[in-house]
Design a protein around this ligand. Structure first.
Ligand SMILES: O=P(O)(O)O[C@@H]1C[C@H](O)[C@@H](CO)O1
Ligand SMILES: Nc1nc2[nH]cnc2c(=O)[nH]1
Length: 315
């Protein structure tokens, strides 16, 4: 049996033998079957709760708000990676939100944790196998667009796959057509209809703070950027920079999920050599996430309600 190198294999006693993209369809079917044996319904919407949105178990977080919760820690799930980021709970939380059954990833996997990109994105394929059709990916990001302030929210209308420019992509390796095509298009990675609706919801619900749209990029991390790097990203048309999401979106689109994603701007990037005082930190990221999670929770609830009423069974 094929297993995933570096994964939590303790339950099947397998040895790690596979290298790049060695996590086969059959292996992930076993992972999916384990999860299915523990949940009462198929989730149609998957939500990735990043550092800006209750990746940790804060009171008032989105994951905590689900009804009739079933919680499965990552370390219990065969073949799943484990979370190593400070504050990330590292669990799947299933339950009802806006009257439908959803799954939240509370904490995600990053390249800087030492996982290859395909492994960081592997939970997306597991979500697909258990029924997820819509992915809502959230993250914390630094604001490069000079209009952005801490606490702003940016709907991701597009991304620049910087790591892909360097030849690093979660879809590298043998392609299994059961997931999707060898050469997937990415010109409509982020669903324009959902972006439009999300903007309407923000207005109609009078959600607190400012909503923008813009271009996101993911760098490998774990360090925050130098001034020169940030200036370069700005020149390239990047509005917000983070350390996640792009590999998840590539994997989700490859297997034909519909994607909406947004960034919580947790810090304004320091683009000025004269600024000797401002230093980005993970503590600041988590603090801003905590302050904004009430608003973001409402935002996601309403987006899920929209999907449930207007988009499910109409794909
Ligand atoms: O998981 P996300 O992308 O939301 O978290 C960002 C990137 C790093 O993991 C962390 C830095 O503070 O925030
Ligand atoms: N790369 C990067 N990731 C972040 N996550 C939250 N803020 C930042 C940032 O400024 N840069």
């Amino acid at each position: 049996m094929s297993v995933c190198n570096g994964f939590n294999n303790h339950q099947n006693g397998s040895t790690d033998t596979d290298d790049h993209n060695g996590c086969s369809y059959e292996t992930l079917l076993q992972t999916a079957q384990y999860i299915q044996s523990r949940i009462p319904h198929e989730p149609k919407v998957g939500i990735i709760c990043g550092s800006g949105m209750g990746a940790y178990w804060h009171e008032g977080s989105l994951a905590e708000a689900l009804g009739n919760k079933v919680i499965i820690p990552y370390h219990d799930i065969p073949n799943f990676p484990v979370s190593t980021v400070e504050g990330h709970a590292g669990q799947l939380v299933f339950g009802t939100l806006s009257n439908i059954f959803v799954v939240c990833m509370q904490g995600r996997f990053h390249y800087y944790e030492g996982y290859p990109l395909w492994k960081c994105a592997m939970p997306i394929r597991v979500m697909k196998l258990i029924g997820v059709e819509f992915l809502i990916a959230t993250n914390a990001a630094g604001g490069i667009n000079t209009a952005f302030m801490e606490g702003d929210v940016m709907l991701i209308k597009d991304h620049i796959n910087m790591m892909g420019f360097a030849g690093n992509n979660p879809l590298q390796g043998p392609n299994d057509n059961r997931w999707g095509p060898r050469f997937p298009p990415m010109n409509r990675a982020y669903d324009a209809g959902l972006i439009h609706e999300a903007k309407q919801i923000w207005k109609q619900e009078h959600l607190e703070g400012r909503l923008f749209d813009g271009v996101y990029t993911c760098l490998g991390g774990p360090n925050f950027e130098t001034v020169a790097e940030l200036r370069m990203l700005k020149l390239l048309g990047v509005d917000a920079v983070g350390m996640s999401t792009v590999h998840e979106v590539l994997t989700a689109r490859h297997c034909d999920m519909t994607v909406l994603a947004f960034s919580l701007i947790t810090n304004v990037c320091v683009m000025d050599y004269q600024d000797h005082d401002t230093m980005p930190s993970h503590e600041e990221v988590m603090d801003v996430g905590k302050v904004r999670q009430g608003t973001l929770k409402l935002f996601v609830e309403k987006i899920v309600a929209y999907i449930a009423e207007n988009r499910l069974n109409k794909k």
